[in-house]
Design a protein around this ligand. Structure first.
Ligand SMILES: Nc1nc2c(ncn2[C@@H]2O[C@H](COP(=O)(O)OP(=O)(O)OP(=O)(O)O)[C@@H](O)[C@H]2O)c(=O)[nH]1
Ligand SMILES: [Mg+2]
Length: 626
């Protein structure tokens, strides 16, 4: 079964609901108040079965100027429009406004019905038709059929139905991929069922049993049951009128204007960048920004407009400050109305829901291409620089599914445009710059300290790209190592061609120092005692070199020990472990032949090496120590 959603549009009392009723047999005005006042207030719904597995779903909107926000909500997610103009009144204010709104929302197709033709002479019908053609010139309905109808006599209904059928067959079905997104247009409690919300699913699919999130707010619930177009159904997909019965939520938790989505799939924002199209009727002052009313999906909010630049006469680059958290994604269409006198003045398309500071607003950020997934991703990564981005936050920000984003990223990695490391994604240029800076700093380090085995990874990160997270930094270094540019030895990073070469004097000094510590065993001297007079400065890099080679080992709270002495101690401990699994301080002093002064730092060192583990007053000898 294929479904398309058709919205009505047109001035109050022009016969929209009557046409829907006449075509479908269903009266879309179901409220008592609507019947009493003879006007539409809330959105109405009715289906027209076109045969051959085709169902056209009407969303009937109110024409009253006070309910334009309901009209905008109804026009959200429609595939096409039925513009209704009464022959006895011709084009009226909301005829224009609804037409503008549909254009601004990106509606691309439709049919026009000239209604109430039974009320006027045929000559007048012709005059109004001409007036209508003039109105439609240059709009998306320019070449739409204008059908002369009367809901009262039934004249023209057959032709209208044929035109709608032709329209149906010209529209490609929507892809059901994407994030499930249901802007709620009604929410009520059904006796025996609990909370039910309705809306047109604008993207993705929903199924019974799905966990959903209500935004803004983030409340979670489970879909207990679904109906599409009035029939129970285990699933629903993009473009379908959907009613969802929610478990565990009150009606007030999901008011009109809220959005149902998959948990974590979308985000809310108070600030967004957009491309804005001004209507010709918009006041000039709007080009300077100011207060507006923002309508998107089924929600509307007070907002402030800030103009960042002009694209042309009718198009602006703008920043919107929203009065409340609002679910938005790039590509979303919206309408701006001014508060007084109330009027639709502009509409636009969101380009960024996590925009940087206004001064970073380049023309590129607002270009049509900036909405293409690859561009959009590259733009965000370029902005993030060497800090990169966590892909989990990116999908929601770009309004696509993580799986889709992963595909985009694979293509970009293949094309050499982005890099991935440590679970984050980077602009390839930023990543390469960080690598280049790292290489230059490693070289500088070797030059300044030729005896030093290399610069520590963290010190290097601190100088090369402090904002790159540690995991990613490790990935970057691993990549440099794979490419044969660096050597990683423990925490030290060295250029792969770096070799420490000692001259004769340095070698003699190194041997002297090492020897003294070797002979001292587990009761080593202070370093100062070992260094010959006047050699202090020269010795420092040599001592570092000995430490880097593992010949000397620094033991916290005590000083340097010779590596061989510590190795001998481990051997003794291993032997001891064959007899006992634990050792206390006194036992350790005896075993090692050391005083308390050395015993405690040595035990703590062994704890640190995970050779021993402190348990109360004794040490357990771990598997490493055995
Ligand atoms: N004579 C005649 N009257 C019509 C026709 N269509 C609608 N009407 C009458 O016009 C009035 C308004 O019709 P609706 O269908 O409620 O108009 P609407 O456009 O839905 O109005 P809103 O939803 O309030 O904007 C009703 O009293 C209808 O009976 C028609 O083709 N001929
Ligand atoms: Mg109506």
């Amino acid at each position: 079964m294929r479904h398309l959603v058709l919205g009505t549009a047109g001035h109050i009392d022009h016969g929209k609901s009557a046409l829907v009723h006449a075509l479908t047999g269903t009266d879309p005005d179901r409220l008592k108040e609507e019947k009493r006042r003879g006007i539409t207030i809330e959105l109405g719904f009715a289906d027209l079965d076109l045969g051959s597995e085709r169902v056209l779903s009407f969303v009937d909107v109110p024409g009253h100027e006070r309910f334009v926000r309901h009209m905008v909500a109804g026009a959200t997610g429609i595939d096409a429009v039925l513009l209704v103009v009464a022959a006895d009144q011709g084009v009226q204010p909301q005829t224009r406004e609804h037409l503008d709104i549909c254009s601004l929302l990106g509606v691309e197709r439709g049919v026009v019905a000239l209604s109430k033709c039974d009320l006027v002479e045929p000559e007048l019908v012709e005059v109004v038709t001409l007036e209508l053609r003039e109105l439609l010139e240059g709009t998306f309905l320019e070449s739409a059929p204008i059908v002369h109808t009367s809901a009262r006599t039934g004249d023209g209904l057959e032709e209208l139905r044929r035109e709608l059928e032709a329209l149906f067959d010209r529209i490609a079905p929507r892809a059901a991929t994407g994030i499930p997104r249901l802007p709620v247009d009604r929410s009520f409690v059904l006796k025996g069922f609990g909370t039910v919300v309705t809306g047109t699913l604008v993207s993705g699919t929903l199924a019974e049993g799905d966990e959903i999130e209500v935004l803004p707010g983030g409340l979670r619930a489970r879909v207990r049951g679904l109906q599409t177009h009035g029939h129970k159904s285990p699933t629903t997909e993009a473009g379908r009128r959907t009613a969802a019965n929610l478990q565990g939520l009150d009606c007030d938790d999901v008011p009109r204007g809220a959005t149902l989505t998959r948990p974590g799939a979308l985000l809310t924002t108070r600030r967004a960048w957009a491309r804005l199209t001004l209507l010709a009727s918009a006041p000039k002052s709007l080009r300077r920004g100011g207060p507006v009313r923002f309508h998107q999906g089924t929600c509307d909010r007070p907002a402030r407009l800030r103009v960042l630049g002009a694209i042309d006469e009718a198009m602006l680059r703008v920043e919107l400050y929203l009065g409340e958290e609002t679910v938005l994604a790039p590509g979303d269409r919206f309408i701006l109305r001014r508060p007084a006198p109330v009027d639709t003045v502009a509409g636009g398309i969101v380009v960024d829901v996590r925009p940087p500071r206004p001064r970073e607003a380049t023309a590129e950020c607002f270009a049509t291409e900036a909405l293409e997934p690859e561009r959009a991703l590259r733009l965000r990564l370029a902005r993030a620089g060497t800090a990169g981005r966590d892909p989990r936050n990116l999908a929601a920000e770009l309004g696509c599914t993580p799986a889709f984003l992963e595909e985009v990223s694979d293509r970009l990695v293949g094309a050499g445009a982005i890099a991935r490391g440590g679970g984050r994604w980077f602009d390839r240029a930023a990543w390469s710059d960080a690598s280049d800076r790292a290489m230059a700093l490693v070289s500088d380090h070797h030059e300044a300290q030729p005896l030093h085995p290399g610069i520590s990874r963290e010190a290097l990160r601190g100088s090369a790209s402090p904002d790159m997270p540690q995991e990613a930094w490790r990935a970057l270094l691993a990549e440099l190592e794979r490419r044969g540019e660096i050597r990683l030895e423990g925490e030290a990073v060295a250029r792969s061609d770096h070799r420490v070469v000692l001259d004769d004097e340095e070698r003699a000094l190194a041997e002297h120092i090492s020897d003294r510590f070797r002979r001292a065993g587990l009761d080593p001297p202070e370093l100062e005692e070992v260094i010959p007079a006047g050699q202090r400065e020269r010795s420092a890099p040599i001592v570092d070199w000995l430490i880097a080679r593992g010949e000397l080992v620094r033991v916290e709270k005590r000083g340097l020990f010779h590596g061989e002495a510590l190795e001998a101690l481990r051997a003794k401990l291993r032997e001891f472990a064959a007899r006992s699994k634990t050792i206390d301080v006194a036992g350790f002093k005896r075993l090692a032949g050391v005083t308390r002064k050395n015993a405690i730092p040595l035990l703590e060192y062994l704890d640190g090496e995970r050779v021993t583990r402190r348990v109360g007053d004794v040490r357990e000898i771990t598997d490493r120590g055995k």
